[in-house]
Design a protein around this ligand. Structure first.
Ligand SMILES: [Zn+2]
Length: 294
């Protein structure tokens, strides 16, 4: 017997006689990623062996901070002081129209990412912007609620949804933190910067979907001071990180009640010649006709 739950409480849809048969179709992974270049563990391990820290920033609680990472460098997002979730945006540092594509990253890899996964850029570039090279929370895996760490599901907390649900203004949501940060990093009008802010990688956030209603849930992050998520910049990157007002996202967000902590971003340069043979990935090779003139 296949257990099923009603998707929509308000629906009057009548179950057909062959419902069991229809539900028994086998799942097929949408994207076979075997054709992609495999994660070259040896290369990245070698490259990170003698790397030297060349810069760092500390993002205060309920705020944002920006950083740049040249292609071929590493960066780490590090937990300091207490459990804290971070919302990450990435842009091509030389062309802000190319930016992180959370949805396609989710489709190509999974709902949550870890070592060996790549962060892909939006269409039409669709190339790896960064590769995850170390994740001290990889041990967490999937828990009994089906939750994992570092999701590419949630978009970012924002003042519009907050207003929709609570009818109040809250100005330190991740969306606003990222907007202010980008505006100041690139000297852009706030309204222009806001249009460039995009769906995030939820660093350290522990999330899943409830089993009965498939609603997005969060639970207290297992991150502790000293934990980090490390990336290799495949292209020149501008990054912005927001320290979410939800803190460890174990209770609420978009308010001033929750305990929040800073996050640190560290930039590392690998040893000379460590990148021999490596090249920054090209933009996607699709011809771009879209069915016109062909
Ligand atoms: Zn947030």
């Amino acid at each position: 017997m296949i257990k099923s739950f009603s998707k929509n409480r308000n629906s009057h849809a009548v179950e057909p006689k062959d419902a069991v048969e229809r539900r028994s179709a086998k799942p097929v992974i949408c994207y076979g990623v075997n054709a992609l270049p495999a994660f070259d563990t040896d290369f990245y391990q070698q490259a990170r062996q003698d790397m030297k820290k060349v810069a760092e920033i500390v993002v205060p609680p309920r705020d944002g901070g920006s950083f740049t990472v040249p292609a071929g460098h590493f960066f780490r997002i590090v937990s300091v002081e207490g459990p804290q979730v971070g919302d990450l945006n990435l842009w091509n540092a030389n062309d802000l129209s190319e930016r992180f594509f959370s949805g396609k990253t989710r489709q190509l890899h999974a709902t949550h990412v870890s070592t060996g996964d790549r962060l892909w850029s939006n269409l039409p570039g669709l190339r790896p912007m960064a590769t995850i090279t170390e994740d001290t929370l990889a041990w967490y895996g999937w828990d009994e609620d089906g939750a994992g760490v570092h999701d590419v599901i949630g978009t970012r907390c924002d003042p519009y949804t907050n207003y929709l649900l609570k009818g109040t203004d809250y100005n330190h949501c991740c969306h606003s933190n990222l907007t202010r940060t980008l505006a100041s990093a690139r000297d852009l009008p706030v309204a222009e910067a806001e249009t460039l802010v995009h769906d995030v990688l939820n660093v350290f956030m522990c999330t899943g979907f409830t089993r009965d209603t498939h609603q997005y849930f969060m639970k207290a992050s297992p991150v502790r001071p000293g934990d980090f998520l490390e990336f290799f910049a495949e292209i020149d990157l501008l990054g912005a990180l927001s320290t979410c007002p939800g803190g460890d996202c174990g209770s609420s967000h978009s308010d001033d009640q929750t305990a929040c902590y800073p996050l640190k971003v560290e930039i590392y340069r690998p040893a000379e010649r460590a990148l021999t043979g490596w090249n920054t990935p090209e933009r996607n090779g699709y011809g771009g006709q879209h069915g016109l003139g062909c």
